[in-house]
Write a protein of this length. Structure first.
Length: 323
C-alpha cells in the first residue's frame, strides 16, 4: 500500500510505501527532516497529524504526554501513514539546523575506484545514524590518533551507510593507513557534519556541478539529493580530471544520463594549464544557473574564475576546496 504525505509548513510531498516509517520515506525523497536517534528515544522527530491517519509500526521509549497525544503528535520514526496524510513537522533549512554528532562507525567495505581513489564504506549503529545535508564533511578518526576531514560521497537518504572517496596522497599517513592497514570491521570515529556546501532552497533554477578530480565526492552527494527531490530542473555535471582513470565513476554518471532526461554529463580532460576547456559548451547564459564547484586547488580556483568571467553570479556560486 502507498500513501501520500504532505509536510507543513513547507508543502513538500512524498510517498510512503507499506510499513516504511514516515521519517525514512521523507529522507528517501531527499527531504532534510529534523530528527535525532531515528530509533524512538529522543523525540526530535515529533510531528503533528493535521489530517489523515498514521499507524504505529515499532515500539518507542519516548513517552508522549497526554497533551501531545490529544494534539495528535506522533514520532515520525515509529509511525507509517495508514492513508494520505498532512503532517506538521520540522525540516532543516540549512547547516545551522543540523546538530554536531559523534558516532563510532564500522568499516563495511573498501574498493579501489581508480589507481589513486579508495571507496570507504562506513556503517553507523542502527540506533545512532548520522544526520547530515548533502555536500557536508565529517572528521574521520582512525587508529593511532590519525584524524582527517573528508566530504561524504553519499546521499542523506541513506544516513546509516556513509561513503567516502579517499585520495592517495604521497607522504600522507592518514591515506597510507587506509590503503595499507585499515580492515573490515574496524572502528572509525565520525565527528560532524560541517560545511555549507549544500543545495540552495530555491529549486526552480537549473543546477551546474563542476567536479575537479576527487571533488566528485561531495558533488555526487548533492546530485543524489537533487535527484531524490525530483524537482525536474536541469542538472549539468562537468567532471575535469587529469589522469586517464580520473573519471572513476564514469559508468555511474552515464547511467544517470541514460535514465534521466534532465541530467547531462560531460567528462573533460584537463590540459597542462588546468583550464577546463569545453566547459562553456551548452551554457549560453551561466548567470541562470546555481553553480557548485568542488575539488583541490589550483583546479577549483581556475574553474571558479572561468565561470565568473563568463557571467556566473558570485552569489550563485558555491565552492568546496578539498585537500
Amino acid at each position: 500500500m502507498t500513501a501520500k504525505v504532505r509536510i507543513l509548513p513547507t508543502g513538500h510531498e512524498f510517498s510512503v510505501e507499506g510499513n516504511e516509517s514516515i521519517l525514512d520515506a521523507a529522507l528517501r525523497a531527499g527531504l532534510a527532516m529534523g530528527y535525532g536517534c531515528s530509533n524512538g528515544n529522543c523525540g526530535l522527530c515529533l510531528g503533528r497529524v493535521v489530517s489523515g491517519e498514521v499507524r504505529k509500526i515499532r515500539h518507542h521509549d519516548y513517552i508522549l504526554s497526554a497533551a501531545e497525544k490529544a494534539a495528535r503528535r506522533v514520532l515520525l520514526c515509529s509511525n507509517t501513514a495508514a492513508i494520505d496524510a498532512v503532517i506538521e513537522a520540522p525540516e532543516a533549512h540549512g547547516a545551522r539546523d543540523i546538530p554536531r554528532q559523534q558516532i563510532t562507525a564500522k568499516v563495511r567495505g573498501m574498493q579501489r575506484l581508480s589507481t589513486d581513489i579508495m571507496l570507504l564504506h562506513l556503517q553507523t549503529p542502527r540506533s545512532k545514524r548520522l544526520q547530515f545535508l548533502a555536500g557536508q564533511h565529517v572528521s574521520l578518526g582512525l587508529g593511532g590518533g590519525l584524524v582527517q576531514d573528508h566530504p561524504i560521497a553519499s546521499c542523506p537518504c541513506d544516513d546509516r551507510n556513509l561513503y567516502f572517496h579517499i585520495p592517495r596522497v604521497p607522504a600522507d599517513p592518514f591515506a597510507d593507513y587506509i590503503y595499507t592497514r585499515l580492515k573490515n570491521g574496524a572502528d572509525v570515529a565520525v565527528d560532524g557534519p560541517t560545511g555549507n556546501f549544500t543545495l540552495r532552497g530555491d529549486a526552480s533554477r537549473p543546477l551546474l556541478f563542476v567536479a575537479c578530480e576527487h571533488g566528485f565526492a561531495p558533488i555526487k552527494s548533492l546530485l543524489e539529493q537533487a535527484m531524490a527531490l525530483e524537482t525536474g530542473q536541469p542538472l549539468h555535471l562537468y567532471w575535469i580530471a587529469r589522469c586517464e582513470d580520473g573519471h572513476y565513476a564514469r559508468n555511474l554518471c552515464r547511467s544517470w544520463a541514460d535514465a534521466l532526461d534532465n541530467f547531462h554529463f560531460t567528462p573533460l580532460p584537463a590540459p597542462d594549464d588546468l583550464l577546463p576547456v569545453g566547459m562553456a559548451e551548452g551554457l549560453p547564459e551561466p548567470g541562470k544557473y546555481d553553480v557548485y564547484v568542488a575539488g583541490p586547488e589550483p583546479m577549483v580556483g581556475m574553474a571558479e574564475r572561468f565561470l565568473l568571467d563568463r557571467g556566473c553570479a558570485r552569489r550563485r556560486l558555491l565552492v568546496d576546496r578539498l585537500r
